[in-house]
Write a protein of this length. Structure first.
Length: 337
C-alpha cells in the first residue's frame, strides 16, 4: 500500500496535540474497464449514427451516467418491444439472455452488444456446464439483470441462490453432477461462504477455472478492507441499484466502520460527520470521478483539509470495443464516421 500522510495527530503552535480532519481517497475506485467500454460504445454510436440510439436497460447502474447519455440522445428502454422495428439498440454492460437476442432478431433490430467481457465469460461457462449435463447453481441476486441474463443461457438447469438457506433447500436430479457460477459483483466473503455451503451439500460440485467475481469488484473491496480500520467513516459513491457499490458499504460495515452509499455529495447528511476525523472515500465501478471530486470538495469545505490518496494496488485493465461497433463505424457513411 502506498500513501502519503497517515499520522492522525498534529501539534499546533501552542504545543497542543490535536487531531487533523482528513480524507483518505481509495485507489482503485470508480470506473472499471467494462463500464468505460460500455459508455464509450454509447458515445461512439451517438457520434457515428446520431440520436436517437436505444439502450436496453441502464447501460451501467449509475444515474449520473444514464442522465448524461440521455441528454445526448440515448433512449433507455426496459424491453425491446419499446424499440421501433429496425432501429439500433445497445445491450447494457450487464448482458442479456438468448431470449432477448432472439426477440431483437424478430424485430429486425440492429444490435450493438456492450456486455462486459467478464460477464460474457460467465455466460460461456453456463453454456459449457449445461452442455456437459450439469445442474447449475448460480450464486447471485435474482432480480439483477446480470443474473437474469446468465440464467437465461440455461434456464431449465439453472437455479439461483442468494442465501445458505436456499443452498440447503436445493434439489437436483444428480447431486454428483452439479456446477456453480457466481454473479461478477458479489462480496468476496459472502461468495466464499456460499461456495463453502455448496461444497458441503454437494461434495463433488465443480466451479469455474477462475472465480467469476471480477477484478474490479475484488480490487475495490480489497481497498476498503485495507483502509476501513483506519477510518471513522467510509463514503461510497454509487447508485442504489449498483451491486458492487452496495457490497463496498457492506464490507466496511462488516469491519465495524460506519459507511453510507451516496449518489452525489448532496446526499451526505451533516450529522454523519459528527465526531468523525477520518473519512475514507471510494466509488463503485460505475460511478464517475467527477462525483468523487464533488464529495472531496464538500468534505474540504467542512474542514477536512488533508486529502491523501491511498493506492492499495495498481489497476490497468482495458477492454477493446466489440466487433459490432468496429464494423458499424467502418461501414457508416463517411459523414457519419
Ligand atoms: S464491475 Fe466487473 S463485470 Fe461489471 S462491468 Fe465492471 S469489470 Fe465488468
Amino acid at each position: 500500500m502506498t500513501t502519503t500522510t497517515l499520522d492522525l495527530a498534529v501539534t499546533n503552535e501552542n504545543g497542543n496535540t490535536t487531531k487533523t480532519k482528513r480524507v483518505l481517497l481509495l485507489k482503485p475506485r470508480g470506473f472499471c474497464a467494462g463500464v468505460v467500454r460500455a459508455i464509450d460504445i454509447v458515445q461512439i454510436a451517438l457520434d457515428t449514427f446520431g440520436a436517437p440510439i436505444y439502450v436496453r436497460k441502464e447501460i451501467v447502474h449509475n444515474s449520473y451516467v444514464v442522465n448524461d447519455l440521455a441528454k445526448k440522445g440515448a433512449i433507455f428502454v426496459n424491453e425491446l418491444d419499446e424499440v421501433p422495428e429496425g432501429a439500433r439498440v445497445i445491450y447494457s454492460a450487464h448482458g442479456v439472455s438468448p431470449a432477448v437476442r432472439e426477440r431483437a432478431k424478430e424485430r429486425g433490430l440492429k444490435v450493438i452488444d456492450a456486455t462486459c467481457p467478464l460477464v460474457t465469460k460467465v455466460h460461456v461457462e453456463a453454456i459449457k456446464f449445461a452442455k456437459q449435463g450439469y445442474s447449475l447453481v448460480l450464486v447471485g441476486h435474482r432480480d439483477h439483470e446480470e443474473v437474469e441474463g446468465t440464467q437465461g443461457e440455461a434456464p431449465d438447469v439453472t437455479q439461483v441462490v442468494s442465501t445458505v438457506e436456499e443452498v440447503a433447500a436445493l434439489v437436483v436430479p444428480d447431486p454428483n453432477k452439479v456446477a456453480y457460477l457466481t454473479q461478477t459483483t458479489l462480496s468476496l466473503d459472502e461468495a466464499r461462504y456460499m461456495i463453502e455451503a455448496l461444497k458441503k451439500k454437494f461434495p463433488n460440485i465443480i466451479g469455474p477455472h477462475a472465480q467469476d467475481i471480477c477484478y474490479a469488484t475484488e480490487n475495490r473491496q480489497t481497498a476498503v478492507k485495507n483502509v476501513a480500520h483506519g477510518a471513522d467513516l467510509v463514503l461510497v459513491v454509487g447508485s442504489r441499484n449498483s451491486s458492487n457499490s452496495n457490497r463496498l458499504v457492506e464490507v466496511s460495515k462488516n469491519l465495524d466502520t460506519n459507511s453510507y452509499l451516496i449518489d452525489t455529495a448532496d446526499a451526505i447528511q451533516p450529522d454523519w460527520l459528527d465526531g468523525v476525523d477520518t473519512v475514507a472515500v471510494t466509488a463503485g465501478a460505475s460511478a464517475p470521478e467527477v462525483l468523487v471530486k464533488d464529495v472531496v470538495e464538500y468534505l474540504q469545505a467542512k474542514g477536512y483539509g488533508s486529502v491523501d490518496e491511498v493506492e492499495v494496488m495498481p489497476e490497468n485493465v482495458r477492454f477493446g470495443l466489440p466487433p459490432e461497433i468496429v464494423q458499424a463505424i467502418a461501414s457508416a457513411p463517411p459523414a457519419a464516421r
